[in-house]
Design a protein around this ligand. Structure first.
Ligand SMILES: [Zn+2]
Length: 330
């Protein structure tokens, strides 16, 4: 009797073969952002037999995420996305290593990605993409840009020294000038399609095959597909001049309003969790996990991460600060 291994259906494909499967098993991939794109990407990657995965997301699961974030269920609401995604992926494949990161991706924390073979951008903002681009060009790590808004999506594979970089193509946008899911919505079939294409490109990179060089733009509604040839910018500040502006730490923003979620992020001091827990239990319900605590009262609810970062339900920044002062202190 032949024992069919779990990756057999992939191995019999000439595009992958046993050799490619062996290569996948030696690789590590970091997924940045576990939203609509990231949850599909993470689920697919957990199944194809990559030795080590990292899932990075600073948010908690909200009810309105379930429309498109395919690995979450109602049980995951108000829990950290990275932690819940890891638990799901580990159920899918217990033979691989998966790590969760719940901090913010910024110039200080991005060095965590140094030893990964490939970085997948599943974020929703240009700022983070420019940061990933600087980091990857500097450290010569391939990465794959993906985005989806409305019914349209985009995908581009960037291999430092071989292809144009992200900054060759896009200039840094003015804040608030871009369309986002929060302002025009998004169909879950475009995020799923783009994520599937991203994982296909990832397999090519990880098995040392030629990735698609063009920028792909697809509208899932009209089925219009464009492959756009991209060129290296002669004077590109990043890949040509090696100026990594986005890796230079800017002043940290202590309080920000997270759009579309009705939440405010506050970076406080590292709390004494036991003391805080005792205090909060008197005024509401507290749920403790290894990533932090979730608190809910009539007035608000928040997730306080172990490092002191708090995602609190509030109307404005000021409202968030005042609620934070009332319940958490410091
Ligand atoms: Zn460039």
């Amino acid at each position: 009797m032949t024992i069919i291994n779990r990756y057999n259906r992939q191995e019999i494909l000439p595009e992958i073969s046993e050799k490619g499967q062996g290569m996948l098993w030696k690789r590590s991939v970091a997924i940045i952002g576990i939203g609509a794109l990231g949850s599909v990407t993470a689920s697919l990657l957990a199944r194809i037999g990559i030795r080590k995965l990292l899932v990075w997301d600073r948010d908690i699961v909200e009810k309105h995420n379930l429309q498109r974030q395919m690995i979450f269920t109602e049980d995951d609401i108000n829990k950290p996305k990275a932690a819940q995604a890891t638990a799901y992926m580990q159920k899918v494949n217990s033979e691989i290593t998966i790590e969760a990161e719940t901090t913010e991706l910024n110039p200080e924390t991005i060095h965590t990605l140094k030893n990964y073979d490939l970085i997948l951008d599943c974020t929703d903002n240009m700022e983070t993409r420019f940061l990933i681009n600087d980091f990857c060009v500097k450290n010569k790590i391939p990465w794959i840009y993906s985005s989806a808004v409305g019914t349209k999506g985009r995908l581009l594979t960037i291999v430092p020294e071989k292809t144009p970089c992200f900054r060759c193509l896009f200039s840094h946008p003015k804040p608030g000038s871009l369309e986002t899911c929060d302002t025009i919505g998004v169909l879950n079939t475009i995020t799923t399609t783009i994520a599937a294409l991203q994982v296909t490109e990832a397999i090519k990179i990880l098995t040392k095959q030629e990735p698609t060089k063009e920028l792909l733009a697809y509208d899932v509604w009209t089925q219009q597909l464009d492959k756009i040839r991209v060129k290296r910018k002669r004077e590109c500040l990043c890949c040509h001049k090696q100026k990594f502006d986005f890796l230079v730490g800017k002043e940290e923003i202590a309080t920000i309003k997270l759009c579309g979620q009705g939440r405010v992020q506050i970076k406080g001091k590292k709390p004494n969790m036991d003391e805080l827990n005792n205090r909060l239990e008197k005024v509401g319900k507290v749920k403790i996990s290894s990533y932090g605590i979730y608190f809910i009262s009539k007035e608000t609810d928040f997730f306080l991460f172990n490092d002191g970062r708090c995602l609190i339900k509030a109307w404005t920044k000021e409202h968030g600060k005042s609620l934070y002062g009332k319940y958490v202190g410091n």
